[in-house]
Design a protein around this ligand. Sequence first.
Ligand code: ACO
Length: 308
Amino acid sequence: MTATVEEHFEATVAADQRIEPRDWLPDAYRKTMIRQIAQHAHSEIIGMQPEGNWITRAPSLRRKAILLAKVQDEAGHGLYLYSAAETLGADRTELTELLISRRQKYSSIFNYPTLTFADVGVIGWLVDGAAICNQVPLCRSSYGPYARAMIRICKEESFHQRQGYELLMTMMRGTPEQQAMVQEATNRFWWPSLMMFGPPDGDSPNTAQSMAWKIKRHTNDDLRQRFVDMSVPQAEALGVTLPDPLLAWNEDRGHYDFGPIDWSELKRVIAGDGPCNAERVERRRRAHEDGAWVREAASVHAAKESER
Ligand code: ACO
C-alpha cells in the first residue's frame, strides 16, 4: 500500500529526516516555518544596525576590519534565510514590506542602543553567544533548507562570538575606565540577552507544535538555562560580574539558578516600544526605498538579457 502524503510527512519527521521543498507539507507547518525563518532573516538584517553604528568609530584598523566583516556576515545570513523562506513560497519583497510596516517581528535584542565600543564586544559575547545557543540545535531542524543554512550561519556566529570575547579580554587588560566600560555594557545587555530566547515555556504559544514538528529541538527555557550555565564561567574568566544577585549554582539541579526576568519589558519591546524600535524600522524602510532604483535597473537589465 502506498503512503499518503500526510503519512510521508509524519514518517519523515518521526525518522528525523529532512522535509524538502518538493515534499508535501501541512499548511500550518509552512506558515510556522515562514514565520520563524522570516523573523530570523529580519533579525539578521536589522541586527546590522546596532553595530554598524560603530564601524566609523572603531578604535583601530584591525577592529574596523573585524567589525566590517561581521556586519557583512549578518547581511549574508539574512539573504540565505530569505532564500530559505522563498523555497516555501514566500516572496522576499513581501517579507520586507511586512518588516517595514511592522507586521512581522524581529528579535527584541536589536532594539537596544549601542552606547560605547564595549557594546560591540558584549554583543559578540552575549548576543551572538545566545544566538549560537539557540541556533546550533536548529541545524537539526526538520526543514532542510533552514537546517542547512543554519550550519554555515552557526560557523560564522561562532567567529562573531570569539571576536567579541577577545575584544572584551583586551579591554579588561586595559585601564580602569575600559574595565568599567565592559562592566557597564554587560549590565545593560545581560537581561535583554536572556529575553532573546523568548517567553517562558508556559507562555510560549508556538513551542509545543514546533517541538512536535521538530522545527524547534529545545524549549525556550531549556535554551535559556543552557546559556546561563555557559555564560557564568565566561564572565568569571573575563572578570566581570553578571548583574543578578540571585545567580547561584544549584547542586541539586546541576544548573545555575537565576533571578526573575522582567517579562513586561520583553512584551513592550516586541510590541514596538523598545528604546530603538522606531529608529531601526525607519532606517530599514529608508534603505529599502533608497535601493528602489537598483532593483528597477536590475529587473530592466534582466528583461533585456532574456529578450536577447
Ligand atoms: N524577540 C521578538 N519576538 C519574539 C522573541 C524575541 N526575543 N521571542 C519570542 N518572540 C515572539 C515569537 O516570534 C512569537 O510571535 P508570533 O507568534 O507572533 O510570531 C511570540 O513572541 C511567542 O513566542 P514563542 O511562542 O516562543 O515563539 P517561537 O516558538 O517562534 O520561539 C524563538 C521564538 C525562540 C525566537 C524562535 O522563533 C527561534 O528560535 N527563532 C530562530 C532564531 C532567531 O530568530 N534568532 C534571531 C535573533 S539571533 C540573531 O539574529 C543574531
